[in-house]
Design a protein around this ligand. Structure first.
Ligand code: SAJ
Length: 427
């Protein structure tokens, strides 16, 4: 089948490549010329090595063609971003743009699939109006919402192995979409209507945000109780029906912190728990900064804090909505000097240190914000040589606190209150 995929980001590109490698003739289109040229040349802008390899094979096979315009096809898969606008409301402008572009080349019998995460009801509303403007009716085409569930860092395998929700405007629309995904999805596909599929995707991520908020609230509670939150959660999860996630310095990425607002924005008076959970998670960067201030008070002269990790989570290069960005901003507002080091991130709000040594040099504290595997090898003795102070703030329960304390470090691990008195500052 001829397929055009619109939006060649971390979902659209591997989806286009996967469809191409399964015998479809796929045109990939992205409004960003730099993305198009990057994909035609060295594909160097793709950080995920598995996605780069998949793309390489799909382009080399001739199955995936990167086009400068939106090519007519029998099926269109829209994978454009749906970020939050500055006011916190969903920004659906890319969906509007892509739907209009598709409608211009649409013909009877074509299949349109929206993969982007959207508030319930959006697919039929936005794509439907674009189609009607072109003189077609939704009865003339097949329309579906088919959200993805891949986790950045495991995209290619999860594209194949994750089950999928296929939400058709009508059963025939869902069946048409299922037939397309059957070319590469190796797991179950659950057919439903488009509005249910839109809601399912949003509630999957909302569930995760609420669960993380519980873990974070337990961490704050355990600090006051003098209990190790991670151990308490680990033991509670031994219960066959308990699965509490891990506390952390905040919730980043372009999904978990964003998607709950699709429900809260639509029904502010029916989403108290969802909104409260969002506030708990959004306040975690402030809590980390409060603990840093307690351990490294602001003297008349500046204090340098080395932040480890700019990405939004371990072992991915994406720093969108990164908790580190919020922590960095709060510290600098309060007069601290900060240097962030991240060997994985492909970008950050401010320049990153070129090495761990540069970040640690004369630092009064080292704060681990992202638990990249690459940080596992950091030795207390090496850090001590470089640093001016001996404070470790571990926001992920990543390091062996006893080993760092044995090397003379004061250690605060989020969710585990330091021994009484150790927050008191020696001059
Ligand atoms: N986090 C915690 N504690 C945890 C788990 C995560 O603090 O126990 C933080 C992470 O550090 C990160 C943020 O939450 O800052 C989000 O990370 P994540 O791994 O929970 O989520 P994403 O955004 O990488 O991927 C999620 C996944 N959704 C679910 O697990 C329900 C993925 O399956 C989705 O496809 C993806 O959102 C998406 O694109 O919607």
């Amino acid at each position: 089948m001829r397929v055009t995929v619109i939006g060649l980001g971390y979902i659209g590109l591997p989806t286009a490549a996967m469809l191409a490698l399964k015998g479809n003739v796929v045109h990939g289109y992205d409004v960003n010329p730099a993305v198009r040229s990057g994909l035609r040349n060295d594909r160097g802008h793709i950080a995920d090595p598995e996605v780069r390899g998949l793309t390489e094979r799909a382009v080399t096979s001739g199955g995936l063609l990167i086009s400068d315009r939106l090519e007519p096809a029998e099926a269109y898969v829209i994978c454009v971003p749906t970020p939050n606008a500055a006011d916190g409301r969903p920004n659906l402008s890319y969906v509007h743009l892509a739907s209009g572009d598709v409608a211009r080349v649409l013909k009877r019998g074509d299949l349109v699939i929206l993969e982007s995460t959207v508030p319930p009801g959006t697919t039929e509303r936005i794509v439907g109006s674009a189609v009607r403007e072109r003189g077609l009716s939704l009865d003339d085409i097949y329309l579906a919402h088919c959200p993805e569930r891949v986790s950045p860092g495991a995209i290619v395998s999860e594209l194949r192995k994750n089950s999928r929700i296929i939400g058709g405007r009508r059963p025939a629309d869902a069946e048409a979409a299922r037939a397309l995904y059957a070319s590469f999805v190796e797991s179950d596909m659950y057919l439903t209507d488009s509005k249910t599929a839109e809601l399912v995707k949003v509630i999957e991520n909302t569930f995760r945000d609420v669960n993380i908020a519980l873990a974070n609230e337990l961490a704050l509670l355990c600090e006051e109780l003098g209990v190790d939150a991670r151990q308490a959660i680990w033991l509670a999860n031994k219960h066959p029906r308990v699965n509490i996630l891990n506390p952390g310095p905040g919730v980043g990425g372009h999904c978990i912190p964003i998607d709950p607002s699709f429900l809260a924005d639509a029904q502010p008076f029916l989403t108290e728990l969802i909104q409260t959970a969002r506030r708990v998670n959004a306040r975690m960067p402030n809590h980390v900064v409060r603990r840093i201030r307690e351990l490294v008070p602001m003297p008349p002269y500046g204090r340098k804090i080395a932040l480890l990790g700019a990405s939004y989570k371990a072992n991915v290069d994406d720093s969108r909505e990164s908790p580190t960005e919020k922590i960095d901003g709060l510290l600098r507002e309060q007069g601290y000097e900060t240097v962030t080091y991240d060997p994985v991130a492909s970008g950050f709000a401010r320049p990153l240190a070129s090495s761990l040594e540069e970040a640690l040099d004369q630092a009064d504290a080292m704060a681990l914000i992202v638990d990249h595997d690459a940080f596992r090898k950091i030795e207390p003795a090496v850090a001590r040589e470089r640093m001016r102070g001996q404070v470790l703030v571990d926001a992920r329960g990543f390091f062996d606190a006893a080993a760092w304390q044995a090397s003379g470090f004061q250690v605060y691990t989020l969710g585990s209150m330091p021994a009484a008195g150790s927050l008191a500052r020696s001059a």
